[in-house]
Design a protein around this ligand. Structure first.
Ligand code: NAD
Ligand code: NAI
Ligand code: ISE
Length: 345
C-alpha cells in the first residue's frame, strides 16, 4: 500500500520532509500541498518534481480531499492546532511537527478529540526519540548500567537565530526537544522549572536574552540543567550527559573524519539542525508510514507527549518572567495513552 500524504506548510522543514518522503523513504507519496504563501507551495511542487500533487488553497480543503489519507503539519506553530483537530475530525492520520499546539489547553483539546475518535491518529515530530545516541542513553539507564540517574547536564546550541526569534522561543521552539526527550529517557515526570540568565552574548539581537540556563526537577529528584545558546556561532551542538550512582553516559559526538593539517588536529562540526538529526527525521516518518500501512497502532510520540511538553514549556516561560521556581502540574495520564486512570474525558 502507498500512503497518500498531504503537506500543510512547505517552509524549511515541510520541504525537507517532502524531499525525504519522495526520495528516501518507502511506502508513501505526496499527493497534496498547501501553504499560506502560495509561492512556497508552488516551489515545493517544482523542486521535487511532484507533478501528480495538487495545490490546495488552505489546510481545511486539503484535509477534506478524498485522495489524502494522512496529513503532515509543518506550518508555523500557532497554525498547528486547527489543522490537527480538522485531521482528527476527518478520521485522517496526522504527523504534526512540534509544537502540537502553542498552549496546554490546545493540546488537551487535541487529546480529548483523539480519545473520542477511539484510535491513535496523531504522531508529534519529537524526532530525538528516534536518534541512535539517545536510544543508547535510554538503554544504559534502563539496564541499570549507570545505576540510578541523579543529574543530567545538557546543551542545545544553534549557531544563530532568526530576527523574529524571541526569548520565550528558547523554550517553546528550542528547549522543547529536551523537554520531550529527557522525561522519556528517565521515565519520570517534571515537577518544577527555574531559569537563569547568564551574561548576555553580544551576538544576540537586543530583544533576545541569550544564553539561558534552564533547570528542571523530576518527581524522583533528578536535577536537569540545560544551557540554551542560540547564537553560539561555532556550530549546531547538542550535548547530553547523565550522571548516575554507578557511572556516567554521554551522547556521542556526531561522527566525522578527524584531520591533521596546518599544525592542527581537528574535526568539522555541523551547522544545521537538518543535518544533525537527519537519520532521526527519516526514522520517525518511516515508522509513521509503516505503522499505518501495516495497520499497527502508531508508536511514536503521542498527543499526550505534546500536552506534557506544552505544560512544561508554559512553566519554563513563567519561570523566565518570574525568576522563581515554577510548579509543573500535569493532569492524570489517560488510559488511552498507557496511563493508570482516565480523567474526565
Ligand atoms: P518555516 O517558516 O520555514 O515554514 C513554515 C511554513 O508554513 C511557511 O512556508 C509558511 O508560509 C507556512 N504556513 C504557516 N502557517 C500556515 C498555515 N496556517 N497553513 C499552511 N501553511 C502555513 O518554518 P520551519 O522551520 O519549516 O518550521 C515549521 C515547523 O516545524 C515549526 O512548527 C517548527 O517548530 C518545526 N520544526 C521542527 C524541527 C525539528 O527539529 N523537529 C526543526 C525545524 C522546524
Ligand atoms: P518555516 O517558516 O520555514 O515554514 C513554515 C511554513 O508554513 C511557511 O512556508 C509558511 O508560509 C507556512 N504556513 C504558516 N502558516 C500556515 C498555515 N496556516 N497554513 C499553511 N501554511 C502555513 O518554518 P519551519 O522551520 O519549516 O518550521 C515549521 C514547523 O516545524 C514549526 O512548527 C517548527 O517548530 C517545526 N520545526 C521542527 C524541527 C524539528 O527539529 N522537529 C526543526 C524545525 C522546525
Ligand atoms: C528549530 O525549530 C528546531 O526544532 C531545531 O531542532 C532547534 O535546534 C532550533 O533551535 C529550533 O529553532
Amino acid at each position: 500500500m502507498t500512503l497518500r500524504i498531504g503537506v500543510i506548510g512547505t517552509g524549511a522543514i515541510g520541504r525537507d520532509h517532502i524531499r525525504r518522503i519522495t526520495c528516501n523513504l518507502s511506502g508513501a507519496e505526496i499527493v497534496a500541498v498547501t501553504d499560506v504563501n502560495a509561492d512556497a507551495a508552488a516551489l515545493a511542487i517544482e523542486s521535487y518534481g511532484l507533478s501528480g500533487a495538487k495545490i490546495y488553497p488552505d489546510d481545511l480543503s486539503l484535509i477534506a480531499a478524498p485522495e489524502v489519507d494522512a496529513i503532515l503539519v509543518a506550518s508555523w506553530g500557532p497554525a498547528h492546532q486547527q489543522s490537527v483537530l480538522a485531521g482528527i475530525a476527518a478520521g485522517k492520520y496526522v504527523f504534526c511537527e512540534k509544537p502540537l499546539a502553542t498552549t496546554a489547553a490546545g493540546c488537551r483539546e487535541i487529546v480529548e478529540a483523539e480519545i473520542k475518535h477511539g484510535t491513535r491518529l496523531v504522531q508529534v515530530g519529537f524526532m530525538r526519540r528516534y536518534d541512535s545516541g539517545y536510544i543508547q542513553l535510554k538503554e544504559a539507564v534502563e539496564s541499570g548500567f549507570i545505576g540510578e540517574p541523579l543529574m543530567i547536564r545538557c546543551a542545545h546550541r544553534n549557531p544563530s537565530s532568526a530576527d523574529l526569534y524571541t526569548t520565550d522561543m528558547a523554550v517553546t521552539d528550542t528547549f522543547i526537544h529536551e523537554i520531550d526527550v529527557l522525561h522519556w529517557l528517565v521515565n519520570d515526570d517534571y515537577v518544577s522549572a527555574r531559569v537563569a540568565f547568564p551574561k548576555k552574548t553580544r551576538n544576540a539581537l537586543p530583544h533576545l536574552r541569550d544564553p539561558q540556563v534552564i533547570t528542571l526537577e523530576t518527581r524522583g529528584g533528578i536535577l536537569i540543567t540545560t544551557e540554551i545558546f542560540v547564537n553560539c556561532k561555532y556550530g549546531y551542538d547538542i550535548q547530553c550527559e547523565i550522571i548516575g550512582e554507578e557511572g556516567i553516559v554521554r551522547l556521542p559526538e556526531v561522527a566525522g573524519i578527524t584531520y591533521r593539517k596546518d599544525a592542527q588536529l581537528g574535526m568539522n562540526l555541523l551547522m544545521d539542525w537538518k543535518d544533525r538529526f537527519i537519520d532521526s527525521y527519516d526514522r520517525e516518518l518511516q515508522d509513521f508510514i509503516d505503522c499505518i500501512n501495516q495497520n499497527r497502532t502508531l508508536q511514536g510520540p503521542t498527543s499526550w507527549d505534546g500536552y506534557v511538553a506544552a505544560v512544561t514549556a508554559d512553566a519554563c516561560v513563567r519561570a523566565q518572567e518570574s525568576g522563581q521556581e515554577e510548579a509543573i502540574e500535569l493532569d492524570e495520564k489517560p488510559e488511552f495513552y498507557g496511563g493508570i486512570a482516565l480523567r474526565s474525558v
